[in-house]
Design a protein around this ligand. Structure first.
Ligand code: ADP
Ligand code: MG
Ligand code: MG
Length: 253
């Protein structure tokens, strides 16, 4: 499904330009949820931006494919239409635009890029109601402007709502290193678990082991200095929690 081979990438412009990803290889087969952990500044967020094609993040060598399609050759909207979804580490507020309008526009933009018809209003409303119920989001919240005045937990629930509405082929969740309380952690975990399916892959980027208590990843990878330095099962996350990154990095060196 997602296959990264010897990926290198630079960030920044002019004198500030530097190489962040340094020969990163990773495979996430369809049906699996993998976690990426790693110290601050290792390049975890850079990886998600390179994959989604954010401005200023440039792959310089290696390959990245999704179901065999070359991601690096696609525009960001084409990557989204191919089913790649990235959660927002820092959610933006969009005054004046209700959640329902925003999510419907996002779904239709993808459908348009794929050459498909728009989702009908009744279908959209039915789906929004079902997913909203699962996530404990009431109808009033979906009528409010995107993220304006939302609590941290509400923003998180909205993000997962959006992910579930988009039905991505491959989802990347880049979780902030702080500020996720236990309810928000559970919201993220419930969303990931609800979306698990045999034709979908997910990559959960996290600094802390505790999110993985609720998700149970198939594989855990440690990203350090721009590459995957170690991979293992869920027990690797527990080892990291106990020994810290220094232990693992010393072992690898
Ligand atoms: P992580 O998510 O693992 O904490 P990041 O990918 O955010 O790490 O950052 C990796 C390194 O790249 C850091 O040293 C960071 O300062 C640098 N970096 C990230 N984005 C930019 C940018 N737009 N311009 C310059 N440096 C950047
Ligand atoms: Mg960070
Ligand atoms: Mg980060």
């Amino acid at each position: 499904m997602l296959k990264l081979d010897n990926l290198t990438a630079d960030v920044g412009e002019g004198d500030g330009r530097k190489t962040i990803l340094n020969g990163l290889s990773l495979e996430v087969p369809a049906g699996e949820v993998h976690a990426i952990m790693g110290p601050n500044g290792a390049g975890k967020s850079t990886l998600s931006y390179v994959l989604t094609g954010r401005d200023g993040y440039e792959a310089t060598s290696g390959t990245a494919t999704l179901n065999g399609d070359d991601l690096l050759d696609m525009e960001p909207d084409e990557r989204a239409a191919a089913g790649l979804f990235l959660s927002f580490q820092y959610p933006v507020e969009i005054p004046g635009v209700p959640v329902m309008t925003f999510v419907r526009a996002a779904i239709n933009a993808q459908r348009k890029t794929r050459g498909e018809d728009e989702i009908s209003a009744p279908d959209f409303i039915k789906k929004a109601r079902e997913i909203g119920q699962k996530l404990n989001i009431d109808a009033d919240m979906l009528k409010r402007p995107v993220n304006v005045g939302f609590s941290g937990g509400e923003k998180k629930r909205l993000e997962i709502f959006q992910m579930m509405m988009m039905e991505p082929r491959f989802a990347i969740l880049d979780e902030t290193d702080s500020g996720l309380d236990i309810d928000a952690l559970k919201t993220v975990a419930d969303g990931v678990n609800a979306l698990r399916s045999e034709d979908r892959g997910m990559l959960v980027i996290t600094h802390y082991q505790r999110l993985l208590d609720h998700i149970k990843p198939d594989r855990v990878h440690v990203l350090a200095k721009g590459r995957i330095v170690k991979s293992g099962g869920p027990e690797l996350a527990l080892q990291l929690e106990k020994e810290g990154y220094d232990g693992i990095l010393g072992e690898v060196a």
